[in-house]
Design a protein around this ligand. Structure first.
Ligand code: NAP
Length: 330
């Protein structure tokens, strides 16, 4: 069985590379600059626990046709690129192929299924953070196991993911898991605006209060929409804002695991701003604004974060915690 990783950047090279290391037959499809990086260096996959894995034999292609023979496609483009990737895949995939969206956000699978009528679309979720350090090095900075919507077609691939050291946790209903991930991703714009590594940013109460405000607003909307976010961390998501608001010394003591992250880890939204690329803000905080609208309500904190990132996409600016909190409270 052939697996294709479509849009092989940070997540795709890491997950696909681990699958290759476990013995799976994987073709990577992505951009020429990544193909060149991988051709020059191969893949080196490291993690926050000190793992260091080298994968030399990497089949990286740049044309959609390379995915044609795949029975399983792992889609790892950013959300804004889902539509065009779906159209490319619709032109090459065999009927019945399984396409897994391993992306953040809530509605990528819907976008895919609309364009891939003869294929099976499955929603996945990547809980950990991966940083491309250049030279073919991809670093997993935080913990977590891959989540996926239960689907009978996945049975034949489960062992590949186990051998890769990335076992899939299957869920009957993945939507509550997606919303929990989105609640955590509400930190992406705050981290990007802080211009700090995640650990430094989350160590400061003012930034955590910004995140607590965005999460509390979202939790109220989810309750109104009758969606109970899944518990993906030790603390139930509903109690997260209260934990985030704790003074620094208590937070360090009671939520040490939140800060037990690689000192270099940052969010991909920060990377996007650095590279001058459009961010996924519309699919994260923007999704909360959309939910609010659908309920006839408003989401002023998340709407403000969307605006601030829009501004930061064109002019770079680092916000201190107190400055950002004041702006969100206005
Ligand atoms: N990075 C993380 O730590 C992390 C963690 C959890 C979840 N996620 C989620 O995982 C998804 C992927 O994130 P990422 O960080 O891996 O993104 P990424 O590094 O930007 O990788 C995506 C790659 O796909 C390429 N691409 C876009 N459209 C394509 C197409 N039609 N055909 C072939 N290649 C295409 C992109 O090239 P261009 O840049 O030229 O478009 C880019 O090289 C996002 O939804 C993200 O939110 C990321």
């Amino acid at each position: 069985m052939t697996i294709a990783v479509y849009g092989a950047g940070g997540i795709g090279c890491y997950v696909g590379g681990r699958l290759v290391a476990g013995g799976a037959d994987v073709v990577f499809v992505g951009r020429q600059r990544m193909a060149d990086e991988v051709a020059a260096h191969g893949l080196r996959l490291t993690d926050y626990l000190g793992a260091d894995l080298r994968v030399a034999d990497v089949h990286y292609e740049t044309s959609p046709e390379a995915a044609a023979a795949a029975d399983l496609v792992l889609l790892t483009v950013k959300s804004a690129a889902t539509e065009s990737a779906a159209e490319e895949l619709a032109g090459v995939l065999e009927p019945g192929a399984i396409v897994v969206s391993f992306q953040n956000g809530i509605r990528n699978s819907e976008v895919l299924q609309e364009r891939l009528k003869d294929q099976v679309v499955v929603t996945g979720m990547v809980p950990f953070n991966v940083l491309n350090r250049g030279g073919g090095v991809f670093h997993q900075g935080t913990a977590g196991a891959l989540d996926i919507q239960r689907d009978p077609g996945l049975a034949q691939y489960l062992e590949d993911f186990v051998r890769a050291g990335l076992p899939l946790t299957q869920h009957d209903d993945i939507l509550p898991v997606q919303w929990s991930k989105l609640l955590l991703n509400l930190n992406n714009p705050i981290n990007a605006l802080s211009d700090l590594p995640l650990r430094d940013e989350l160590s400061q109460r003012a930034y955590r209060r910004c995140l607590a405000a965005a999460q509390a607003e979202t939790l109220a909307l989810l309750a109104a929409a009758d969606i109970e976010p899944a518990q993906i961390l030790r603390v139930p998501m509903r109690r997260f804002p209260a934990v985030l608001r704790l003074p620094d010394f208590l937070f360090r003591r009671l939520a040490a695991s939140v800060l037990a992250i690689d000192p270099l880890a940052r969010t991909s939204m920060w990377e996007d701003l650095q590279a001058g690329r459009p961010t996924e803000i519309d699919y994260l905080n923007g999704e909360v604004v959309r939910l609010a609208k659908s309920l006839g309500r408003q989401a002023p904190v998340n709407a403000k974060l969307v605006d601030l990132i829009r501004t930061a996409e064109t002019s770079r600016l680092a916000w201190s915690g107190p400055e950002l909190l004041r702006e969100l409270q206005r």
